[in-house]
Design a binder for this molecule. Structure first.
Ligand code: SF4
Ligand code: SF4
Length: 348
């Protein structure tokens, strides 16, 4: 839509000024190595580097770990009073890296298509996103380039690209993005597209971990595996703790519970995160469990990300290569290694 040029100081001051007006989440260090998207104040530091992936991705701000859906109450006349708990407060999420931006883009698809989810959509509609380009791999775990998320831009109201000159290219992609710049006086940048190409060319040629297969072929490769010792190999150490699901920017499964106050026949309905690696995830009424073994659960998880959902939505792998699941897994089980083995196994 429009490109502008800014110094790093201008961008930092501008984000601080936004924090004086709105709720602004920004990746902030906690302890030695952990980053979290935290609501910042106008006086807090806004630093883009150094950077490590946050433990949970920014999309989880749109799908809280536990949220109330509605309250209900039986009235004396027999009617049922329902009060939905839709959160439509405005917020800004700034410093969103391309892999996490793609995670939000994919979540938009999941929650918009089919039965649209009013809770997610209300939050999303009222969330402005400021993306930030990566110039070097943020950890040795990432494989964002291998799954086509390194250059993802869709869904950001504004996108910031650090240039070799030390300046920042500010791309405004929406009217809301233009509005967020209203307190600035940044000069327009006429050659924004050329500068973007230059920034991409300056990145390392091999960016993070790669697969020995192109991204379009991954779905077909994963489809070939059902009964395979590889699923057992990659769950021998698994505790079935579900952490890999909970930190993933594209996992969205949840459980729903009613909380009843029987004396007044009133209560609330809440939903909480769930995860397909948890032992009880596929257990149904009567006690039957469709995926009682970790290997079956791992197969389901990998196939969802690389076969089922890519086939359904047509936007490539539903794994953005952020490396969080491998990084947070206590026993170092990494989805990259699993897909790597499936690719190698297919060659024998
Ligand atoms: S985080 Fe690791 S141990 Fe926990 S369920 Fe996932 S693969 Fe298994
Ligand atoms: S599966 Fe792992 S690497 Fe892929 S998006 Fe989820 S957390 Fe990131």
């Amino acid at each position: 839509m429009s490109d502008f040029l800014a110094s790093l100081t201008q961008v930092q001051q501008w984000i601080s000024s936004l924090a004086a007006r709105y709720t602004v989440f920004f990746p902030t260090p906690h302890g030695e190595a952990n980053y979290r998207f935290t609501a910042i104040g106008a006086d807090d530091d806004v630093r883009f580097a150094p950077y490590r992936p946050t433990i949970t991705p920014p999309v989880k701000l749109l799908v809280p770990a536990r949220e109330e859906l509605f309250r209900f109450q039986h009235k004396e006349d027999g009617d049922l009073l329902l009060s939905p708990s839709v959160d439509s407060s405005f917020r800004v999420i700034a410093g969103v890296r391309p892999c996490d931006l793609k995670g939000i883009f994919l979540m938009d698809l999941f929650f918009e298509r089919g039965v649209a989810d009013p809770y997610y959509l209300a939050r999303r509609e009222n969330t402005a996103i400021i993306g930030y380009a990566c110039t070097t791999p943020c950890t040795d775990r990432v494989f964002c380039a291998a799954v086509d998320s390194l250059d993802h831009r869709q869904g950001a109201d504004l996108f910031l690209t650090p240039l070799a000159s030390g300046e920042i290219l500010v791309e405004a992609n929406t009217e809301r993005g233009i509005g967020l710049l209203d307190s600035t006086d940044l000069p327009p940048c006429e050659d924004g597209p050329a500068r973007k190409i230059g920034a991409i060319a300056a990145r390392p040629e091999t960016y993070g971990r790669s697969f020995d297969a192109d991204v379009q072929s991954l779905s077909g490769i994963v489809e070939q595996y059902w009964d395979s010792p590889l699923w057992d190999k990659h769950t021998e150490r698994c505790f079935s703790c579900g952490t890999c699901n909970l930190v993933c920017p594209t996992c969205y499964c949840f459980d729903v519970r009613d909380n009843l106050a029987l004396d007044t026949v009133s209560g609330s309905r809440t939903r909480t995160w769930d995860g397909c690696m948890l032992p009880g995830f596929a257990q149904v009424a009567g006690g039957h469990n469709f995926r009682p073994q970790p290997a079956g659960r791992q197969r389901h998880r990998v196939k969802r990300k690389f076969e089922y959902l890519p086939t359904k939505y047509g936007h490539g792998p539903v794994c953005v290569g952020c490396g969080r699941c491998g990084r947070q897994c206590t026993v170092d089980i990494d989805i990259y290694d699993i897909v790597h083995d499936l690719i190698e196994g297919g060659k024998s």
